[in-house]
Design a protein around this ligand. Sequence first.
Ligand SMILES: Cc1ncc(COP(=O)(O)O)c(C=O)c1O
Length: 351
Amino acid sequence: MREHPSTRVDFRSDTVTQPTAAMRKTMAVAPVGDDVLGDDPTVIALQERVATMFGKEAGLFVASGTMANAIALRTHTVPGDEIVCDKTAHIYRYEGGGYAALCGASVALVDGEKGLMTAKQVRNAVRKAEGSGSHYPNGSLVCVENTSNLGGGTCYDLNTLDDIASAAREMGCATHLDGARIFNAAAATGVDVARMCAGYDSVSICFSKGLGAPVGSVLVGSRNFIQNAHRWRKMFGGGWRQAGLLAAACAHALDHHVERLADDHARARTIAEGLNRLPEFTVDMATVQTNMVYVDCRSPAKDIVANLAAHGIDVLDTGAHRVRFVVHLHITDEDVTRLLSVCSSQWSIET
Ligand SMILES: Cc1ncc(COP(=O)(O)O)c(C=O)c1O
C-alpha cells in the first residue's frame, strides 16, 4: 500500500516524499525550545544521537544538505584555499557556486569514474601554496560524496574511502564527506556509517532524501569543528528557533526508515533491468547500486518526460538523452509494475 495516496507516481527525486501520518504525529507532540538559545531538547537529542551514530564528538542540525555542506566548506577553509572533489560532486555542480561565493575557494576537479575518485587522483589534484612561490592556491580540503548522485547512486568501497582520507591527511588537507545518502551507501555495502566515516573530519547527513523527513540535515565532526560551524550557521542565517518539530521528524526517520532502504534498492534494480530490455533505453547496470537509475534514451529526454507525464508518471531529464528515476518511501511494487508496463507499451517496438 502506498503511504501517500496519489494518482501520480513521482520518480523525480527521493526529496519528494511527504511526511507519513506516523511522522506527523511524532512531530506534533515533540517537546521544543529555542534552538538559538540552545534549549530545544529534541534538536539536542538528534544532534547527540547522530554524532554518536557516526562516531563523532558533536552534531549541528541545519535546514538542508546544501547548508550543511556550505557550513562545512566554510569552516574548513579560508579564502584562497582550494577544495578537491570529483567533477560531478554536488558541492561543485549544484550548490550555486557556494565554495566561491561563501568560502572564496577554488575547486580542483578530479576525473573520477562513476562519481568515485581514487586516492592517487586525489593526491595528484592537491596543490599547495607552500613551495610554489605563491603561484598555487592552497589545497586544504578533500570532499567525497557517498553515494555519488551524478555517478548514478554509486558507493565507495571502504578501502578507497580510507585511502583517500589517508592521502588527504598526508597532504595536510581536511576531509569532508557529503553523505546526503550515506544510509543508502551503508545499506548497499553493509558497512556501518561510523566505520565508513572514521577517516573523515566532517560528514553531512540528509534526512529529507531516502529517509523521508520533510526538512533537515545534521553536520557532524569534532567538538571544536562544530563550535566553529555553529558560528557560520548563524552568519548564514541558519539559526532557528523551535526546530525540534523538524528534528522529531528526522529522529522518526532514523527509527523507521533506515531498514527499509534495501527495498528501494531492489525496486531500482527491477526498474533498471526492465528498462534495459527495451531498445529505447540503456542503463549501465554497474551504476545501479542504490535507489537511483540513470537511463540513456534514444529519443530526446524531454519527449520521454512528457510521454511518461501524460501517463501519470513523473521523471527528471538530466541531459539531452538522459532521464533519472529515483526510488523512495512512496514507491511501491505496483508503481514499478505500472512504470514498466507503460514503458513496454510505448517503446517496445524498434522505430
Ligand atoms: C549528494 C547531494 N549532496 C547534497 C545535496 C543537497 O541537499 P539539499 O537539497 O537538502 O540542499 C543533494 C541534493 O539532492 C545531493 O544529492
